[in-house]
Design a protein around this ligand. Sequence first.
Ligand SMILES: Cc1cc2nc3c(=O)[nH]c(=O)nc-3n(C[C@H](O)[C@H](O)[C@H](O)COP(=O)(O)OP(=O)(O)OC[C@H]3O[C@@H](n4cnc5c(N)ncnc54)[C@H](O)[C@@H]3O)c2cc1C
Length: 459
Amino acid sequence: MSHPFNGSAQKMLACPPPPVQHGDYRAQSGGHSGQDHDMQTFSGQRFSGFQLLRRAFGGHKGWQPQWRTPEPKAEYDVIIVGAGGHGLACAYYLAKEHGISNVAVIERGWLGGGNTGRNTTIVRSNYLFDESAGLYEHAVKLWEGLSQDLNYNVMYSARGVLMLAHNHHDVQSFKRHVHSNRLNGVDNEWLSAEEVKAFCPPLNITSMRYPILGGALQRRGGTARHDAVAWGFARAADARGVDIIQNCEVTGIRRGPAGAVEGVETSRGFIRAKKIGVSAAGHSSVVMAMAGVRMPLESFPLQALVSEPVKPAFPTVVMSNTIHAYISQSDKGEMVIGAGTDAYTSYSQRGALHVTTHTLDAICELVPQFRRLRMLRNWGGIVDVTPDRSPIIAKTPVPGLYVNCGWGTGGFKATPGSGHVFAHTIARDEPHAINAPFTIERFRDGLLIDEAAAAAVAH
Ligand SMILES: Cc1cc2nc3c(=O)[nH]c(=O)nc-3n(C[C@H](O)[C@H](O)[C@H](O)COP(=O)(O)OP(=O)(O)OC[C@H]3O[C@@H](n4cnc5c(N)ncnc54)[C@H](O)[C@@H]3O)c2cc1C
């Protein structure tokens, strides 16, 4: 660990999440009154307990859309490309914490329709390196108060994330993670095979090809509801004056004679802005190429699938990197199962059948009774992967252009933290201490944050 940020992780972690601010934003967003927990949207709707009860008696008729469908303005202070969780969170924090609400989030499809709405929703922060632990722990701290902050139930469920060890190397590697995490103030504990079984009784710990030798458990890890995260950030950003413009594809980035950005060409015309933040996940390298910036990214299909719903049967999130499967149970009762990336690069939002078949083989070994489950549906997303499997949240060589990408298979968990530090980077034109190591230049300078080597996989 030879990064300049070594040793300062404690300080980074000590950086508190932004306080939940009550009753301060309406002045910024046009004179609404009241408290955050009784948020009023653009349409004047309130979401207090009383209002929900009153609407329930009326059959929930008459709710208005929760965010506007505005026409793009000619100019904004900041344009964010991509209305996934990261782009929407960034817009929200720009308005909330930096007073910048003349912001457009431009989305070529529908908000949350990218990886944000396609992922298996695992949230954890037990990454090996100090820089990663700082970033993901910042996000977990925000997750813990996010429903209150957004006044939207994002269904964050700290049911624990259990990472299984199946061989001697796994045991050594996970114990190293546990020690490193504890030094960074991140909870993670080692469980013996018997303790694993006690914590998650459906697991088969012995009669399998790679028996379970133990596991690393982060109790504060868990899941959140992906759609709710996108919708919650969208509603809260919109309420602060952010324009979310859907069905509008960015087709070019215009730069002036001095090289700085001037705005974006879109399928609905040119929109001017002196600052542009790109949060386009699998298409980040495509969008960045529009400004002449070549990104160290490859895009791969990543798949997930869900079973038919059953009664509560699986108490936690289980990940097995060695036999490559991960599983949790959604609140609807479906088993949510994640597979690995395809071996080839592609922009197709569907992956190869043999990858999901392999994953189901692994699940059936881990939890033999699930052999009787029927799979309901599967889908894919396009994940943008860096050589060290850590993200890039940074300024770029182009003045006014910022990028937040490279989250690969594991960026959902970072959504609030990533949006928070990306907003800081754009507003102040300099990175937050937490994202300062996550530059593009690290691939030139060798200051890698090599979670790929640390974990083999980084969901
Ligand atoms: C199957 C699967 C399982 C996963 N499981 C997990 C998990 O368990 N835990 C975890 O932490 N992470 C997981 N991930 C990763 C996680 O989903 C992503 O890292 C994260 O959601 C990325 O969020 P985002 O907002 O950056 O991207 P997205 O939600 O993909 O948003 C990017 C948006 O940019 C838009 N866009 C692209 N190009 C343009 C353009 N030219 N103009 C306008 N808009 C554009 C897209 O339409 C898209 O809506 C998983 C991903 C997949 C696919």
